[in-house]
Design a protein around this ligand. Structure first.
Ligand code: C2E
Ligand code: MG
Ligand code: MG
Ligand code: MG
Length: 294
């Protein structure tokens, strides 16, 4: 079979597997000190309603600026911290900073009633027996109403121990924290279990959005996910929207929320607020123009 073929082995050597492993080991150690050395930050990507393009929230995404190597992608360093267990400390850092940002934005009037910040949660965090309690305690400490924070968990995070996950999500849901299943359709979740989980949102992965225009199969998939979500009274968020045509197709399927580079890349907090102001102003102008009509 392919993975054992000599060809593949040669390829691995030419990619220098050892050097990569050394690099990963270095990163794994370096990130342990990243928080205390101020190398971590959050960026925020807006989520919008696809029909009226109203900003209804933001996803918080972690950034790590290594002193010598520069920006390291979370796609690389998050799995490393999941393997080492450091994701627990990092995850707490993310929760703390997302909540303190929410407090600041609430104070400044940036957060209105429906706006919330979505925080990504790794499988290993959710598997803690006191995960939900910790989140709720933090909210209390920040005096932040639960609706201002939502969580994004992956299918693997849910499926590793479904009963535990269900308990944790139930506790969060009861307190008013919305939970989304991230990258839906890319992992191994069982549809039979889905109906037993108190989640409020399914996120369509970028992998299915990317080729919407040219792939009927991906269109069908996005459509099925949307119908599935609505069948369980869940919202649908499409991620990775880069083109108007994709947004139009998704809207046509009934997908109500989207995020992607078409609207904005993830931005540092201050730039995010400036982006929102400009976006809102342009929205009002375009609504007024369409009212004036030709
Ligand atoms: P995710 O949660 O599915 O986040 C969406 C990713 O898609 C982000 O990548 C975002 O920058 C990117 N994206 C959004 N719109 C577009 C688009 O239109 N085009 C393209 N090409 N990409 C788009 P990012 O920030 O590199 O994060 C990658 C993954 O790392 C995240 O996927 C998430 O699984 C993980 N991650 C990031 N921050 C955190 C965190 O604080 N905690 C945990 N546990 N995981 C995180
Ligand atoms: Mg996410
Ligand atoms: Mg995602
Ligand atoms: Mg994704």
């Amino acid at each position: 079979s392919l993975p054992n073929s000599p060809h593949i082995r040669v390829q691995c050597h030419s990619e220098n597997l050892e050097a990569r492993q050394r690099r990963h080991l270095h990163l794994q150690q370096a990130i342990r000190h990243a928080a205390e050395r101020n190398e971590l930050s959050l960026v925020f990507q807006p989520k919008l309603t696809l029909n009226s393009k109203r900003v209804i929230g933001a996803e918080a995404l972690l950034r790590w600026e290594h002193p010598e190597l520069g920006q390291i992608s979370p796609g690389v360093f998050i799995p490393l911290t999941e393997a080492s267990g450091d994701i627990l400390a990092i995850g707490n850092w993310v929760l703390e900073n997302a909540m303190s940002q929410a407090v600041a934005w609430r104070r400044d009037g940036v957060l209105d009633g429906e706006f919330n910040i979505a925080v990504n949660v790794a499988a290993r965090q959710l598997s803690r027996k006191d995960f939900a309690d910790q989140v709720l305690q933090r909210l209390e400490r920040y005096r932040l109403p639960a609706r201002f924070i939502s969580l994004e968990v992956t299918e693997s995070g849910l499926m590793s121990d479904i009963n535990h996950a269900r308990q944790q999500l139930a506790k969060l849901a009861e307190a008013g924290i919305a939970v989304a299943i991230d990258d839906f359709g890319t992992g191994h979740s069982s549809l039979a279990y889905l109906k037993t989980l108190p989640v409020s949102t399914l996120k369509i992965d970028r992998a299915f959005v990317m080729d919407l225009e040219k792939s009927p199969a991906d269109r069908r998939l996005a459509e099925v996910i949307t119908q599935l979500a609505h069948g369980y009274n869940c919202e649908v968020v499409a991620e990775g929207i880069e083109e108007d045509a994709q947004a139009d197709l998704l809207l046509g399927m009934g997908c109500e929320i989207g995020q992607g580079f078409l609207y904005s890349r993830p931005l540092p907090a201050e730039e995010f607020v400036a982006w929102c102001d400009t976006w809102q102003a342009e929205r009002i102008i375009s609504v007024t123009e369409s009212l004036d009509g030709p």
